[in-house]
Design a protein around this ligand. Structure first.
Ligand code: GLN
Length: 427
C-alpha cells in the first residue's frame, strides 16, 4: 500500500504516531536481506535512530532516539522496510490502546471497538493491511492481547531470546520484544531476524546458530502433540462465545491428531495481583529518570491517570516499611506461579487456552475502575511471570469480533509453540 493511502486510511484508525513519508529510514539499507520487500511498523517504545520514540506520552513528546534498538538494527540489516512508529498505551501501561497522549486507536477488524493494547497501533497497522508485520513489546500480554482482538498472529518469545537493548522499560524483568503479522510464517521470519545474543542486554541468551531458524523449521504436524488445557480457564472466561471458540479449537486440534490433556493451575487467581505488584515497583523505578532534566517533561506533571497510578502505588510499595508486606510477597507469589506453570508443562508439550476473557469494549466506553481493564490480562500475564514463550493465532469470530487462541510452551521451546500455532492455522 502506498504511504499516501495509509495516511488517508489511518486518519480514522490512528495506528501510527509517525509515518516515514519521505522514506528516510529506507535510505542506504541493503535490499537483498531476509526481510527484503517486507514492510514493518515499530512500537513507539522501541528506539529508531532519528525518530521520535515517545512511548505515546507527553513526557517524551519531543524525544528523538539517538540510536537504533538492537531489533531495529537487525531489521535494517536484513532489508526490512520500517514505515513508522505506532501508537500505544502510554508507556505500555494498558490493555486497550486508549491511554495514548496521541488519542486512541480503533480496531480495524471490529470497527468502533478498541484494538486492545498496549501494542495497539502495531496490531491495528497489521490488521488494516498497512504493513506486513510489526514489532511490539509484551510485559503482560501487550502483543498477544491486541493480536487476539484484531484477528492476527502475535508472539512473545522466551525471556532473553530477543534483546531488549533500546526498548524503553515498563518492567524489565517481564518485558520482551516480539513480532506481529497476519500469518505464523511471517511472525517466525521476523523472529529469525530479531532473536539472538546481544552483549548489550545482560539478560540476553546465547543459543546455537541453528536455533534461530524458526521459519525454516516450521512443522505443522499435530500428530501426538500433547496439549494441556487448564480446567480453571473455563471458570475465568467471562464470555461464552470465547469459551466456545476455544473448545472448538481444541476439538479441531484433537481431530488433527493432538492429544488433549487436562491440567490444573490452582493458583491462577493470584497471577493478576502478582503481576501488577511487580509491575508497579519496577515501573516506579524505571520512571525515576524522567525528572524533567534529562528527557522532556517531569513524568508526574504530564502523564495520564494510569501511569500516575502506577508511579504512586509503586513508590508506596517500594518504601522500606511496606516492602515486606507487598513486594516480598509479590516476589514469592511470582515463584509460586512460575513453578506451577513449569510443573504443568512437564507432562504436555504446550498449554493452550484463551488469550482474553472478554471481547474488546466499544471505544468511548466510560470505565472508572482500573480492575475492569486489568481483567483483560488474566491469561496473558502467566507467560511473562514464568518467562516462557507464548503466541496467539486467530480462532474465529464471536459476534463478528475476532478472538485468538493462546499457545504457551516451555522456556526455549519457542519453535514448538510456533509449530502448534502453524499447525492450527492450517486446519
Ligand atoms: N496490560 C498489561 C499492563 O497494563 C500489559 C502491558 C504490556 O504488556 N506492556 O501492564
Amino acid at each position: 500500500m502506498e504511504i499516501k493511502e495509509i495516511e488517508e486510511r489511518d486518519r480514522k484508525i490512528n495506528s501510527f504516531i509517525i509515518l516515514d513519508r519521505e522514506g528516510v529510514l529506507g535510505k542506504g539499507i541493503p535490499n537483498d536481506g531476509k526481510l527484503s520487500k517486507i514492510t514493518i511498523a515499530v512500537k513507539s517504545n522501541i528506539s529508531v535512530l532519528g525518530m521520535k520514540t515517545t512511548c505515546a506520552s507527553k513526557t517524551l513528546e519531543n524525544y528523538i532516539a539517538p540510536y537504533d534498538a538492537t531489533v531495529v538494527e537487525r531489521i535494517k540489516k536484513e532489508s526490512g522496510i520500517i514505515l513508522g512508529m505506532t501508537n500505544m498505551d502510554e508507556f505500555a501501561c494498558g490493555s486497550s490502546g486508549e491511554t495514548s497522549f496521541f488519542g486512541p486507536t480503533e480496531n480495524p477488524s471490529a470497527r468502533g471497538h478498541i484494538p486492545g493494547g498496549s501494542s495497539s497501533g502495531s496490531a491495528a497497522a497489521v490488521a488494516a493491511g498497512f504493513v506486513d508485520a510489526a514489532i511490539g513489546s509484551d510485559t503482560g500480554g501487550s502483543i498477544r492481547n491486541p493480536a487476539s482482538h484484531c484477528g492476527i498472529v502475535g508472539f512473545k518469545p522466551t525471556y532473553g531470546l530477543v534483546s531488549r537493548y533500546g526498548l524503553i522499560d515498563l518492567a524489565m524483568s517481564l518485558d520482551q520484544i516480539g513480532p506481529l503479522a497476519r500469518d505464523v510464517r511471517t511472525v517466525a521470519l521476523l523472529l529469525d531476524v530479531i532473536a539472538g545474543y546481544d552483549a548489550r542486554d545482560a539478560t540476553s541468551l546465547k543459543m546455537d546458530s541453528n536455533f534461530y531458524n524458526f521459519s525454516k523449521n516450521l512443522n505443522s504436524n499435530l500428530r501426538d502433540v500433547k496439549i494441556g488445557y487448564a480446567e480453571e480457564f473455563d471458570g475465568l472466561v467471562a464470555d461464552n462465545g470465547i469459551k466456545k471458540a476455544i473448545h472448538t479449537a481444541l476439538d479441531k486440534l484433537n481431530s488433527a491428531g493432538a492429544e488433549i490433556i487436562s491440567v490444573n493451575l490452582p493458583n491462577l487467581e493470584i497471577a493478576l495481583p502478582t503481576y501488577y505488584l511487580n509491575v508497579y515497583v519496577e515501573f516506579f523505578s524505571a520512571t525515576r529518570k524522567y525528572d524533567g532534566r534529562r528527557y522532556g517533561y517531569k513524568i508526574e506533571d504530564v502523564c495520564g491517570e494510569e501511569v500516575l497510578r502506577r508511579i504512586l502505588l509503586g513508590s508506596y510499595i517500594s518504601q522500606k516499611e511496606y516492602s515486606n508486606r507487598y513486594y516480598r510477597k509479590a516476589l514469592q507469589a511470582r515463584s509460586i506461579i512460575r513453578n506451577e506453570i513449569s510443573n504443568s508443562l512437564r507432562n504436555v508439550d504446550v498449554l493452550l487456552g484463551p488469550t482474553v476473557p472478554k471481547l474488546p469494549h466499544k471505544l468511548d466506553t466510560k470505565i472508572d475502575d482500573p480492575m475492569v481493564i486489568y481483567a483483560y490480562d488474566i491469561f496473558t500475564v502467566l507467560a511473562n511471570l514464568a518467562g516462557i514463550p507464548a503466541g496467539v493465532v486467530p480462532a474465529g469470530k464471536v459476534d463478528g469480533i475476532p478472538t485468538g487462541l493462546q499457545v504457551m510452551g516451555r522456556a526455549l521451546e519457542d519453535q514448538k509453540v510456533l509449530d502448534v500455532m502453524y499447525g492450527f492455522e492450517q486446519i
